[in-house]
Design a protein around this ligand. Structure first.
Ligand SMILES: [Zn+2]
Length: 267
């Protein structure tokens, strides 16, 4: 009797979560549990398909060191293995002004950065979406999320989104329902649209040649938000698609895959 009991519980103890740095972990929950990672309590949401179930999302920072961490679900410790994303390196040549901005440009960059961080750090306690996320266009990927980048042999950064091939004027559509929170021309990201999907989640559409929405406007999935272009720090026309969750810039393609799992097979 006792042995049966232990065997029954064993899979529960052995279960470990796995995620790569820069990706999001979807945690499915049977109850409205308390979920903690490091010193944070993560928001818990109702499953959009099965209202008796819940889920939580844990974005792992790009710079999170690979290793074993712990997630606590109602104070039960579960191991979390953070694997290395093994991201590639790439060299990009852009206009020098986009690598060594003059003092006036630096002021603009700083203000845009502060404004954007304030927006990404805002948690709208409401979910605007209730269906799977889609990509803003169907096209070839020209640069993956997470690539370690060297601009003009000097500036180092990492690619915070996914780039899609898009000739100037390609229609760009909203990945899901939400409210427009940025619709302006910015120094690095050029013509930019950012949509608040609620609950700390944002999608970003950069380097546009034309912006077709306004701040405060409610948008529906598939609604045209702009036309692609080559504005900002670029070496050619493309669309940069990004996802921000609780401030973190995470892999947008992996995000779409993870979150859309909520809509598959669980009734
Ligand atoms: Zn990009």
């Amino acid at each position: 009797m006792r042995r049966v009991f232990i065997l029954f519980l064993l899979p529960l103890f052995l279960y470990a979560y796995e995620v790569k740095n820069g990706e999001v972990l979807l945690i499915n929950l049977d109850n409205n549990s308390t979920v903690r990672f490091e010193n944070h309590t993560l928001p818990v949401f109702q499953n959009p398909v099965d209202k008796s179930r819940y889920f939580s999302l844990l974005p792992i920072k790009y710079r999170q060191k690979p290793g074993v961490y712990a997630i606590y679900i109602d104070d039960v410790k579960k191991p979390l293995h953070v694997e290395s994303g093994t991201y590639k390196k790439e060299r990009i040549k852009v206009a020098n002004s986009k690598v060594k901005p003059d003092p006036k440009a630096l002021k603009k960059i700083y203000k845009e950065y502060k404004d954007a961080m304030k927006i990404y750090g805002t948690f709208t306690p409401k979910r605007y979406w209730n269906k799977p996320f889609i990509l803003p266009l169907n096209s070839k990927i020209t640069s993956d999320y997470g690539n370690a980048r060297m601009f003009n042999q000097t500036l180092k950064s990492f690619h915070s989104g996914t780039d899609f091939r898009a000739k100037i004027g390609t229609p760009i559509i909203a990945s899901n329902d939400g409210v427009v929170v940025i619709a302006s021309k910015r120094y690095y990201s050029g013509g930019s649209v950012v949509i608040d999907h609620g609950d700390g989640l944002y999608s970003c559409y950069f380097h546009l040649s034309k912006i077709l929405v306004k701040v405060g406007e409610k948008v529906k999935q598939k609604q045209l938000v702009g036309l692609s272009g080559k504005s900002g720090r670029v070496n050619g026309p493309h669309l940069h698609f990004g996802i921000r969750l609780y401030l973190e810039a995470i892999n947008p393609l992996e995000f779409v895959k993870e979150i859309n799992a909520l809509f598959k097979g669980k009734k």
